[in-house]
Design a protein. Structure first.
Length: 109
């Protein structure tokens, strides 16, 4: 919002697109924080990490790190750690299995 105000004030070309992270498990920034940019300024978007670093592929649905996976080979993988911490692991696995069941019901991946 500040960038758009500055651009308007000084006659600069304002941004027309944003590239936020967006997936079924990372929705807040896109839908809430950046939503006004899309609505108020007509900005477009192209997202990154639609599979949440591989978490939405199904291979982590049991809450374990598969051998050879990105979570195993990338120390400190924050996406995995934030969703599979001891406090969140059970709710994350439940959510992933629910998304999988919904996708199967809709016959989509």
């Amino acid at each position: 919002m500040d960038v758009h105000r500055i651009c308007e004030k000084y006659g600069y070309i304002a941004p027309i697109v944003e590239q936020p992270q967006y997936s079924m498990v990372h929705r807040e920034k896109f839908e809430v924080e950046y939503g006004p940019l899309y609505d108020n300024f007509g900005m477009g978007t192209t997202i990154w990490s639609p599979l949440a670093g591989g978490i939405l592929t199904g291979k982590y649905n049991e809450g374990a790190i598969p051998e050879g996976s990105r979570a195993e080979t990338t120390p400190g993988m924050s996406k995995f750690e934030s969703l599979f911490s001891e406090e969140k692991k059970e709710s994350t696995v439940t959510m992933l299995k629910g998304l999988g069941a919904l996708a199967a019901e809709l016959e989509v991946s």
